[in-house]
Structures are given as structure tokens and as C-alpha cells.
Design a protein around this ligand. Structure first.
Ligand code: COA
Length: 201
């Protein structure tokens, strides 16, 4: 299997005493597979920017849609988030979308993935990402977290900001693919109709 360009060249000796001291950890099941996890409620152009970058470097990218986000204000079900993400990445032959139930490290292990992709948009993302990467490393020392930076124009984008813009009648077209915007608008309109029917709270 082809290794990503930055993985090419002679394999260096594994460091002594660390994770790789255990020969079982030296087995690289799938060096050219990367998992990109998230809630993707909904997927944005910022997410897509990272997916495209990863697709150019790795043979296979698996976008893992976390079924249980635990976040307040969720708009789409897991099945809907998966469907939207599939629609958006349909043109990328080496990208697939899967639903993720449970722990991220278990998902990676089940796939034989050794690399995780996370995005850092702004400095304030770092603390959370740092904590998450270290926690995942404690849970699964053989899995590495790789960080990428999306295009500057997506630095301020998040799924909840996009949901908020559209819910107040704004236009989030600069931040989401057209198919996602259409679904967002339809869902928000349906919610507004339902709220109107219920009457004032
Ligand atoms: N472009 C645009 N927005 C981006 C972005 C990018 N490149 N990268 C992140 N974001 C946004 C997301 O849309 C999200 O917005 P929201 O909070 O408004 O929904 C926000 O930044 C945070 O994103 P992220 O850090 O990716 O969180 P997430 O909720 O999407 O994903 C999981 C978190 C699912 C990866 C994590 O909770 C997880 O691994 N869950 C599985 C259970 C587990 O293993 N837990 C232990 C983890 S240590």
C-alpha cells in the first residue's frame, strides 16, 4: 500500500522504552488510513477543507460521525448527519462516511486505523484538542493524533454558528455546501412551523 508522502523514506529505528518498546505496537496496520471524527451537525466547508487535505495525503479517509454528541441544541439525527456528509464527500473517491457509536479509539481499532485527524482553527481550540489527544493516547497509545489547519476563511466557522446564522434568517452559504444549506433551511422552517402551531410558551 502507498504511504503518504511525508511517511516515505527509510523507516527509522523505533525509540526505546516508549510505546514502540512493545513490538506489538510497531505493527502499522494501515499507515495510509486516517479517521476524521466529529459531530458534523451539520458538516461545514471548514470540515470539508480538512477532508480534502487529508484525501490528498492518505489513501483512505474515514469520516466518523459521532452518533451521540451530548451537545445541547442538536438539529439533525445521526442518520441525517451521515447522509449529509455522504452527499458532500460523494466526489472524493477515497473518502467514506461511517456512523460512530461509542468511543473513538474503539472505532479506530475496529478499522485498524492508527492515525486520527483533528482540526485546529484558532488558538483557543488548542487546549481542548491537547486534552483530547492526550486522553486518546492514554486509552490507545498506538493511535496518533494529527492536526491540520483549515483555510483562514473557515477559522470562525462551527456547526452551531452556521445553525444560528440560518435560524435568524441569515445566509450561511459561505460556510456550508448548498445541499447542506437546503437541508438546514428546510429543518429550521419545519421547526418554526411546529413552534407556531404549539403557540406562545
Ligand atoms: N471547520 C468548521 N468547524 C469545525 C472545524 C472545521 N475544520 N473543526 C471543528 N469545527 C467545529 C465543529 O463543527 C464543532 O462545532 P459545534 O460545537 O458548534 O458543534 C466544534 O468546532 C467542535 O468540533 P469538534 O471538536 O470536532 O467536536 P465535535 O463535537 O464535532 O467532535 C468528538 C467531538 C465526536 C470527536 C468527540 O466527542 C469524540 O471522540 N466522541 C466519541 C467518544 C469518545 O471517544 N470520547 C473520548 C474523547 S477523548
Amino acid at each position: 500500500m502507498t504511504r503518504p508522502p511525508f511517511c516515505r523514506g527509510p523507516r527509522r529505528a523505533a525509540p526505546r522504552g516508549g510505546v514502540f518498546a512493545n513490538p506489538a505496537n510497531m505493527k502499522n496496520d494501515n499507515p495510509s488510513l486516517i479517521v476524521y471524527p466529529g459531530t458534523f451537525d451539520p458538516i461545514t466547508l471548514g470540515h470539508l477543507d480538512l477532508v480534502e487535505r487529508a484525501a490528498g495525503l492518505f489513501d483512505r479517509v474515514v469520516l466518523a460521525v459521532a452518533a451521540q454528541s451530548g451537545k445541547p441544541g442538536a438539529l439533525f439525527s445521526a442518520a441525517e448527519r451521515v447522509a449529509m456528509a455522504r452527499e458532500v464527500v460523494a466526489g472524493l473517491a477515497n473518502v467514506e462516511v461511517r456512523r460512530m457509536d461509542g468511543m473513538l479509539v474503539d472505532f479506530c481499532r475496529a478499522l485498524g486505523a492508527r492515525v486520527l485527524l483533528r482540526g485546529i482553527r484558532v488558538y483557543s481550540d488548542f487546549e481542548y484538542e491537547f486534552q483530547m489527544a492526550l486522553t486518546n493516547r492514554k486509552l490507545a497509545p498506538e493511535i496518533e493524533t494529527l492536526f491540520m489547519i483549515p483555510k483562514e476563511e473557515y477559522n470562525c466557522v462551527s456547526s452551531s454558528i452556521v445553525r444560528e446564522i440560518e435560524s435568524f434568517g441569515g445566509d450561511a452559504a459561505r460556510f456550508v455546501p448548498p445541499a447542506v444549506q437546503r437541508r438546514l433551511q428546510a429543518r429550521l422552517a419545519a421547526r418554526a412551523r411546529a413552534a407556531k402551531k404549539r403557540g406562545p410558551e
